[in-house]
Design a protein around this ligand. Structure first.
Ligand code: G3P
Length: 216
């Protein structure tokens, strides 16, 4: 399973990348706005900086919601760096735009996936990735992981090549479950990645080893 970090924060991206386990980055308008990135030029510069930090796929989301504008925006985003993957929302014009990008050699990540039907449509349009939002499904009283399992089954049975990118990850258990269910990618906040490190018995065991090492 590939590990992406879900943030626009350069320091956090660097911290995760320094661990040596990072395969890419996902962003969205909320995460970019949080970093105070505003205006076309600043947005492009920020994506460029992320691409220079991490050698992997970098999702950059279109801000418009109609076909012509999404295509125009996506072309510009894709021109920033070969690792840019254009992130497109799961709406009617988004599906059309994904098909257009597929036909024109631009890779896409279809975002805001909340059902298997949406994932099938995105895969049919040739999306490189589909992003089911696990945490937000859990928040609404449904089971986000069930959706990951269902999409995995459908993509395997139908031989869809689109990769399943588990998004809206909130904790370390989400990452473990997504791995168990065969997600191709997990995009996580830094806190969830670091959460994988933690076990109280590791801390207790290490304290003992450090103590005993003094006797050697
Ligand atoms: O980038 C999309 C997704 O990961 C958002 O997560 O925590 O805002 O539901 P969240």
């Amino acid at each position: 399973m590939k590990f992406f970090i879900d943030t626009g924060n350069l320091a956090q991206i660097k911290e995760a990348n320094d661990l040596g386990i990072l395969d890419g980055v996902t962003t969205n308008p909320t995460l970019m706005a949080k970093e105070g990135i505003k205006g076309e030029e600043a947005i492009a510069q920020h994506y460029k900086a992320i691409c220079e930090l991490v050698d992997g796929d970098i999702s950059a989301e279109v801000l418009s919601v109609d076909f012509d504008s999404m295509v125009a925006e996506g072309k510009k985003l894709a021109a920033i760096h070969p690792n840019i993957v254009v992130k497109v929302p799961m709406i009617k014009d988004g599906v059309k735009a994904i098909k257009w990008f597929t036909d024109n050699g631009i890779r896409t990540n279809c975002t805001l996936i909340f059902s298997a039907g949406q994932a099938i449509l995105a895969a049919k349009a040739g999306a490189t990735y589909v992003s089911p939002f696990i945490g937000r499904i859990d928040d609404s009283g449904w089971d986000g992981m069930e959706l990951i399992g269902q999409i995995r089954h459908i993509f395997d049975v139908q031989n869809f090549k689109t990769e399943i990118l588990a998004a809206s990850i909130r904790n370390a258990l989400h990452i473990i479950k997504a791995a168990e269910l065969g997600a191709d990618v997990c995009t996580c906040p830094l806190s969830s990645i670091l959460g994988l490190l933690k076990h109280p018995l590791t801390d207790i065991g290490l304290a003992q080893f450090v103590e005993d090492a003094k006797k050697m």
